[in-house]
Design a protein around this ligand. Structure first.
Ligand code: GDP
Length: 286
């Protein structure tokens, strides 16, 4: 949630998260890692590969409705080339659910075959959703697991601790997501996490983040800036001039006709997040 409490990830928190995720991973057969399709690199947790180990692993590029379709295709090819199973989904609409379930089932087939070969009575295959805050984990779990009523009906007895919900014929999902910490030590990644709303608006420097965003837009999609804010060519020189011009166009003024820069910055941020500037993927494959 965009208004989720501020999470400061201190080494102690990371150690605790690592312990929890390691425990969770021991209990599952397949791991689902959720990334933000607009920032597949910046929204990845730095140690996820280490935590997942040898378990089959699916990467989901979520919020694909907000990302550039061409970039999503490139990212999909990038992961596929590395031998990683990847799907692009929009968990808000639930459109990719069927494909996701069938993909998890496909990945777990060798596991079931091994159980059968060893004569072990097969149980349901178990999976978990991992990702940094606000990447859409709860939205996806709710969409896969259905309403609260369905979930209660799904659960055998009054289970304490972990709750598994049936999402496929022979597939169970842990009802709690594994929360990983975001890559904040990388300044570029941190700014992109802020732009997309992955980290709380109270914990980053808006001035710095908007400077980075305008810089990105000026370099990559200047036409969008011109069209959206009706900027003149002579105003497209540098990010400070662009910010001031947007502020004036949008009437973000304080007494004396001075531009309220903070207000202008918030307008730009909202416009980016609401795709008013188009569907833009900030992380490029190369
Ligand atoms: P979590 O912290 O990872 O559990 O994230 P949430 O499930 O709470 O989602 C964070 C925000 O992203 C919410 O406002 C969701 O509505 C939104 N969201 C999640 N998935 C999608 C998606 O596929 N597309 C769009 N546009 N928004 C999404």
């Amino acid at each position: 949630m965009a208004d989720s409490p501020i999470v400061h990830w201190f080494p102690g928190h990371m150690a605790k998260a690592t312990r929890m995720i390691t425990e969770y991973i021991k209990k599952v057969d397949v791991v689902i890692e959720l990334l933000d399709a607009r920032i597949p690199r910046s929204s990845a947790n730095p140690v996820i590969t280490e935590l997942v180990g040898q378990k089959p692993h699916i990467v989901l590029l979520n919020k694909v409705d907000l990302a550039d379709p061409k970039a999503t295709k490139e990212w999909t090819e990038f992961f596929t080339k590395q031998g990683i199973t990847v799907l692009a989904i929009d968990s808000k609409s639930g459109k990719g659910n069927k494909k996701l379930i069938s993909t998890v089932e496909r990945l777990s087939k060798p596991i079931i075959d091994r159980w059968v070969a060893k004569g072990i009575r097969s149980r349901s295959v178990r999976t978990i959703i991992l990702g940094i805050p606000n990447v859409g984990k709860s939205t996806l779990i709710n969409s896969l697991a259905g309403s609260a009523a369905t979930r209660t009906a799904n659960k055998a007895g009054h289970t304490r601790g972990q709750q598994w919900v049936k999402i496929g014929k022979n597939l169970e999902l842990l009802d709690t997501p594994g929360v990983l910490w975001p890559k904040l030590e990388d300044q570029c990644a941190a700014a992109r996490l802020a732009m997309t709303g992955a980290i709380s608006d109270d914990v980053y420097d808006l001035e710095h983040v908007i400077k980075q965003l305008l810089n990105y837009l000026l370099t990559n999609t200047p036409n969008i800036l011109v069209e959206r804010y009706k900027l003149k060519e002579e105003e497209m020189t540098d990010v400070d001039t662009i910010l001031e011009s947007i502020g004036r166009r949008r009437g973000c003024l304080v007494s004396g006709g001075i531009v309220d820069f903070d207000k202008a910055r918030r307008i730009i941020l909202q416009d980016y997040r609401n795709t008013k500037l188009g569907t833009i993927t900030l992380d490029k494959v190369d």
